[in-house]
Design a protein around this ligand. Structure first.
Ligand code: HEM
Length: 260
C-alpha cells in the first residue's frame, strides 16, 4: 500500500509539474494556476487535492455506480421498479451504499485515551482501523438486511462514515450516482450482464470494494437509436443470417447490439 501511495504521488507530481508549464483546459491545470490575492496553492497542496479527487472522489463513486448496477442485475424486480419510477433514485442510492458500499474501512483513527467499545477497551495511543461493510447488514438495525429493497426509506448505514470525519463529498457522490444511474436506466431500459456472474472479479483492496470490470449488454431497438442520431452502424447485409450482432458507437461509448 505504501509503495502504491508513493508511486501515485510521484505520478501526480509529474502531472502537476506538466500542467504548470503547459496548462490545458482541465481541472488540474486550473488548480495548479489557482491564485488568491497572489497566493498559489503549493505543489504539495495541488498534489494532495489531485490525490483526494482521484481516490476519495472518483474511485468511490465509480464503485458505487457499478456495485449498484450489479445489485440491480441480481434483483431484476428492483431494476424494473426503479426504471418505472425514477423518484425512487435517492432511496435506491442509499440502499446501494448500504447493500454493497464502495468503501471497506473508515479513515484510520488514533486513540488519545482509552476508548471503551462494547465489552472491549481500546488502549490509548493505538491506531484503529474500523471496518464499515460488516456493520451495514446489521439485522438489529435493518429488517431483512440481505435483501435489496430500494423502496424502503434509506439511511442509517455507515458507508459514508460517522462523526466529525463523515465524508465531505457525500452529497456530491449521491448526486453523481443518481444522475448516472437515472440516465443509464432511462437510455438503456434493458441491461444484461455480458459475462458469467461467477467470472466477475473483485479488486483485492483494503480500502475499496469494487469490480475490475462490469461488462454489460444493452438492448435498444435500432430505430430508437437512429431517431436520437446516436448510432453509427453498418446495416445488416440483406439475407445474411450469419450476422448475429453489430458493434455500435453511442457517443463515446461502444456496445454490442445482438439481433433477435
Ligand atoms: C460513494 C462515494 C463515497 C463514499 C462511499 C465515501 C466514503 C467515505 C468514508 C467512509 C469516509 C471516512 C469517514 C470516516 O472516517 O468517518 C470518507 C471521508 C472523506 N471523503 Fe468520501 N466517500 C465518497 C465520495 C467522496 C467524494 C465524491 C469526495 C470529494 C470529492 C469525498 C471526499 C472525502 C473527504 C475529503 C473525506 C475526509 C473527511 C474528513 O476526514 O474529515 N468522498 N468518505
Amino acid at each position: 500500500m505504501r509503495v502504491a501511495h508513493e508511486e501515485l504521488t510521484t505520478y501526480l507530481t509529474g502531472l502537476v509539474d506538466g500542467k504548470r508549464t503547459a496548462p490545458g483546459d482541465d481541472l488540474l491545470s486550473e488548480l495548479a494556476q489557482v491564485s488568491n490575492e497572489g497566493d498559489r496553492l503549493s505543489q504539495d497542496e495541488v498534489v494532495s487535492m489531485a490525490f483526494l479527487l482521484l481516490v476519495a472522489g472518483h474511485e468511490t463513486t465509480v464503485n458505487l455506480i457499478s456495485n449498484g448496477v450489479l445489485a440491480l442485475l441480481d434483483n431484476l424486480g428492483q431494476m424494473a421498479a426503479l426504471g418505472a419510477d425514477p423518484s425512487l433514485l435517492p432511496n435506491a442510492v442509499e440502499e446501494f451504499l448500504r447493500f454493497d458500499g464502495p468503501i471497506n474501512i473508515a479513515t484510520v483513527r488514533f486513540t488519545t485515551e482509552p476508548v471503551p467499545v462494547g465489552d472491549v477497551e481500546i488502549p490509548a495511543d493505538q491506531f484503529v482501523m474500523i471496518s464499515l461493510l460488516p456493520v451495514n447488514p446489521d439485522a438489529d438495525r435493518f429488517p431483512a438486511p440481505d435483501l435489496l429493497d430500494i423502496t424502503k426509506p434509506g439511511g442509517g448505514h455507515l458507508s459514508s462514515g460517522h462523526g466529525i470525519h463523515y465524508c465531505l463529498g457525500a452529497p456530491l457522490a449521491r448526486l453523481e450516482a443518481e444522475i448516472a444511474l437515472g440516465r443509464l436506466l432511462h437510455r438503456f431500459p434493458t441491461l444484461e450482464l455480458a459475462a458469467e456472474r461467477a467470472d466477475l472479479e473483485w479488486r483485492i483492496s483494503t480500502l475499496s470494494r469494487g469490480l475490475h470490470t462490469l461488462p454489460l449488454r444493452v438492448r435498444l431497438p435500432p430505430a430508437r437509436l437512429m431517431r436520437r442520431g446516436a448510432m453509427t452502424t453498418t446495416p445488416r447485409p440483406r439475407g445474411d443470417t450469419s450476422v448475429r450482432a453489430e458493434r455500435l458507437q453511442l457517443g463515446d461509448r461502444r456496445c454490442t447490439y445482438r439481433y433477435k
